[in-house]
Design a protein around this ligand. Structure first.
Ligand SMILES: *Cc1c(COP(=O)(O)O)cnc(C)c1O
Length: 403
């Protein structure tokens, strides 16, 4: 069976049971008022994900609107530097500049099939907000984006993009006024307006969201397999490296290799100022089990069980939880977990810019930083998922990088 066939037919390629548990992580811890919405969403997803005309609509938009397949680029100078064969999966070349559009399009198509006319979403850095506002314009849907008031201020260009695309941006004033609070407000809106569709931005939240997001992002590893076959003569690399915020680009990059035991899966989270400080977002490394946003997963917590405020130089990795799939892969040892500091990510961004002429998103730079921490053999094939482009991060780069 080819990767494409798998993508078409394997509805349950994920290690998830009927109740949405990945091992003991996941599930749907939701208020009764959301139960009906969640049931309706799950049924619609299983129906349409297996539907040929739905798949045809998704594939056509991936090709003609997003620009897929995204290239798998052999990076010669980076490869030479690390003494191995490094390929970059160029999600940065997608329309709107990151992998998030894959999921936004899949879910908006699902919303349309379900007869929904209004979309709710949350955003941190604004990347998911922009992707959602984009698909809402494309599909003529009303769009409300919740964003922490602090993030509204520090991510102004993305707020302006969302507004130009016709979205209503609500600045959330509760809590720490960042992503966690925006998710909470978006879920509240959904409770009050159950006829709306909640378009979540990462592989987090109550079942079936992590499964839906992973499914739409799995296009990344489906393409990797056929592209690797062309480039190297085999479908499987020796390692796949991805950064982890909520875990959606990692889920997409790992998906079609989960059962390939010889493929190392390497998840890189944000160590911020260091895992020995209290300024980090290293949830898999330092979190404890808990329930956050409807899912049992690893959560950064204070000793008395309060959700900790995470920190990362990269807004897209600045989340105190992580999706249940990544928690499961880490716990079972299927994925190796590394943590890269702000400084390591910045250095990796500079290196890629100068060696390959590609300015990566700060999030993706964390995945690149792992190359410094690992040793590969000269014949190894290593794929780094370049989840997004760095345009949005220019201010941070300019403020932090030498010359
Ligand atoms: C949002 C974002 C991430 C982190 O989210 P995941 O769900 O963990 O993928 C990573 N890279 C980029 C470019 C992003 O915009």
């Amino acid at each position: 069976m080819t990767a494409t066939d798998k993508h078409n037919t394997f509805m349950h390629a994920l290690p998830v049971d009927d109740n949405g548990f990945y091992g003991h992580f996941g599930g749907a811890y939701i208020p009764e008022t959301l139960r009906k919405n969640i049931d309706e969403l799950r049924e619609a997803f299983y129906r349409y994900a297996a539907d040929e005309s739905f798949k045809a609509d998704f594939d056509a938009l991936m090709r003609d609107y997003v620009g897929r397949p995204s290239p798998l680029y052999y990076a010669p100078r980076l490869s030479e530097r690390y003494g191995t064969n490094i390929y970059l999966k160029r999600e940065d070349l997608n329309h709107t500049g990151a992998h998030k559009i894959n999921n936004a399009i899949g879910m908006a198509l699902l919303a349309r099939r379900m007869g929904k006319k209004r979309i709710i979403a949350e955003t941190g850095a604004g990347q998911h907000g922009v992707a959602t506002a984009t698909v809402c314009a494309l599909m003529d849907m009303e769009c409300t984006i919740y964003m922490g008031a602090v993030d509204v201020e520090r991510q102004l260009p993305n707020v302006q993009r969302m507004k130009m695309l016709g979205a209503k941006v609500v600045a959330v004033q509760s809590g720490n006024k960042t992503l966690k609070d925006a998710v909470t407000e978006a879920l509240n809106d959904w409770c009050v307006n159950p006829e709306s569709f909640y378009l979540i931005g990462s592989a987090v939240g109550p079942h079936p969201y992590p499964e839906i997001v992973s499914h739409f992002q799995s296009v990344i590893s489906a393409e990797m397999r056929s592209q690797l076959l062309t480039h190297t003569g085999r479908e499987c690399p020796d390692a796949v490296i991805a950064c982890v915020g909520g875990g959606s680009n990692a889920a997409g990059a790992f998906y079609h290799f989960l059962d390939e035991k010889d493929v190392r899966l390497i998840a890189v989270e944000a160590a911020g100022k260091g895992v020995d400080t209290d300024m980090h977002a290293a949830t898999l490394t330092l979190g404890k089990e808990g329930v956050l946003h409807g899912s049992r997963t690893m959560v950064l917590q204070t000793p008395d069980g309060e959700v900790m405020e995470p920190y990362s130089i990269s807004a897209g990795l600045d989340y105190p939880g992580v999706g249940p799939l990544q928690a499961y892969l880490a716990e079972t040892g299927r994925a190796e977990v590394l943590a890269a500091t702000d400084a390591q990510a910045l250095a990796a961004a500079m290196l890629l810019s100068r060696l390959e002429g590609i300015i990566p998103a700060l999030e993706s730079s964390h995945a690149l930083a792992a190359l410094e921490m690992l040793r590969f053999k000269p014949d190894d094939v290593v794929v780094v998922n370049l989840s997004g482009r760095g345009d949005k991060d220019m201010n941070t780069y300019l403020a932090n990088l030498p010359g």
